[in-house]
Ligand binder design. Structure first.
Ligand code: BG6
Length: 479
């Protein structure tokens, strides 16, 4: 891999602390960073070289859900030594001129023409200013490659996303732009594609003839924590619904790509997204009790921390199959999964059989108890013929789950120039088109008690169709 300079705009952000710096540590530990690769951190207040190194080491000591392994002092020192710091205001044009001088000086000292990766770990509201200033300061091109990694959300609706995409297209080539949704980098998500298209065993059943309905759940049993300032401006539907949940459905239902290439996979994802039709009348918004008292949220906030809705996929394959989505914070469980609930087989003998009669379900469990699981009916081990449900399972824990963290993987992909698991402009706009239709029906959220599955109305919507939310099971793939 070519060497490069990574410029992190917003190195003191929560995102940088919790995701980016830990991912870089893991890449350092695995010796995957080029020896002379340099990192430039950017934030507002001045910091010396020593202070930024200390900051990096302290950030690595903070344990979080996804990064909780021990930190080796030598590795963290090695990473910290790579980091330099330039302070500046991201909406001040003179900062970009200074940044360019710094980068050019570094290149001159190393006698090399450096590649540059700008990682936007800032508030999304700054994106427009950043794109314009990078262009203005002549930072959008260089003798080496220049790439941008941009965190979701891009825009706040389809119109603003289109405006940002057009701005990007004016200043950059599409192959310089890496729009990041970390769910696309999850091992458990990418494996859905391998499971479906490397085997093909279940593919002939992935259609309305066999499927009764699909459920997509992304639930967290914790609240907004320190991210109230950001979260209060977006809410659950835009924070995770517009991106992670839609992509979960996409991976589970998109048509077979022509090949395992970036263009082929992205095309199929986009086609699927463009065929999703949400039902605006089905949307339920909720807010957990106590949300308004969280740090940096407003005391009359109407931000949603829960949503559920129904949709369909308007293509030949899935026409008539209802899809139910739900996601949010402070819910009963932390669990992320796609469940495909099959229709009862016309061949099944139910006469004279006692016990469970539940439908077969294929579960793509993204986390926790990661796996791909088929819920089946089998005979109870006893004299009488009685049925119970059980799981046929592929569990990551049986193969020791030490897959790279999604950030680690996506950062590496971007360094290598592979855009397969990044979102392109039509894709992000198709996602907004879906959530825009739902946002039109925005009503004040219903307050729900922490530790429940959100407002009761979310249950009523699915129950009215004669179905119910599956209780996500923690009985399979147990550690
Ligand atoms: C982020 C959202 O994109 O995804 C967070 O901003 C959410 O609110 C997180 O908690 C969930 O990611 P993961 O990988 O923990 O499921």
């Amino acid at each position: 891999m070519d060497s490069f300079v990574l410029i992190i705009l917003g190195i003191t952000s929560n995102l940088a602390k919790l995701k980016l710096i830990p991912a870089l540590y893991d890449l350092e530990a695995a010796h995957l960073l080029p020896e002379d690769m340099t990192i430039i951190g950017v934030a507002r207040s001045p910091k010396s070289k020593n202070e930024i190194e200390e900051y990096i080491k302290n950030a690595l000591q903070q344990k979080n859900r996804h990064h909780n392994h021990p930190i080796d002092e030598d590795i963290s020192t090695r990473l910290a030594k790579r980091v330099h710091y330039v302070n500046g205001d991201l909406d001040d044009p003179s900062f970009y001129i200074r940044l360019k001088e710094n980068l050019d000086d570094m290149a001159r000292n190393n006698n090399s023409c450096s590649n540059r990766m700008f990682y936007l770990a800032t508030f999304p509201s700054l994106y427009k200013t950043i794109f314009e200033n990078l262009k203005e300061a002549k930072l959008s091109t260089n003798c080496g490659w220049v790439r941008l990694m941009i965190e979701k959300p891009i825009g706040t609706n389809k119109e603003s996303a289109q405006a940002l995409n057009q701005l990007l297209a004016r200043y950059f080539e599409e192959d310089q732009i890496y729009r990041l949704d970390h769910y696309l980098g999850k091992e458990t998500m990418q494996n859905i594609l391998a499971f479906r298209f490397a085997n093909g065993l279940f593919e002939h059943m992935m259609n309305s003839e066999y499927i009764d309905h699909i459920q997509v759940t992304a639930a967290e049993d914790f609240g907004v924590g320190e991210r109230g300032g950001y979260y209060d401006t977006v809410g659950a539907l835009k924070d995770v619904g517009q991106n992670h949940l839609l992509q979960m459905l996409t991976f589970a239902t998109m048509d077979k790509p022509e090949s395992w290439s970036n263009e082929a996979i992205t095309l199929r994802r986009t086609e699927l997204l463009q065929s999703i039709k949400p039902d605006p009348l089905s949307i339920i918004f909720g807010q957990y009790q106590g949300y308004r008292e969280e740090t940096n949220t407003t005391n009359d906030s109407e931000t949603d921390t829960f949503f559920s809705f129904k949709a369909s996929i308007e293509n030949e394959r899935f026409s008539g199959v209802p899809i139910y989505f739900r996601g949010g914070k402070e819910l009963a469980q932390t669990v992320t999964e796609v469940s495909i609930i099959f229709k009862p087989s016309p061949d099944r003998i139910s006469n004279g059989l006692g016990g469970a009669m539940d439908p077969n379900v294929l579960i793509y469990r993204i986390q926790p108890n990661e796996g791909i699981v088929l819920r089946l009916l089998t005979k109870k081990q006893q004299h009488e013929l009685e049925i119970e449900h059980t799981y046929m399972q592929f569990c990551y824990k049986d193969y020791s789950l030490n897959a790279p963290d999604p950030y680690e993987r996506l950062i590496m992909d971007a360094f290598k120039g592979d855009q397969t698991f990044f979102v392109d402009a039509p894709e992000v706009e198709a996602q907004w088109e879906i959530t825009d239709k739902l946002s039109l029906s925005k009503t004040p959220p219903t307050v729900y008690t922490k530790g429940t599955w959100g407002p009761q109305t979310a249950d009523e919507t699915i129950n009215a169709d004669g179905r119910q939310w599956l209780e996500p099971s923690l009985l399979f793939c147990k550690l």
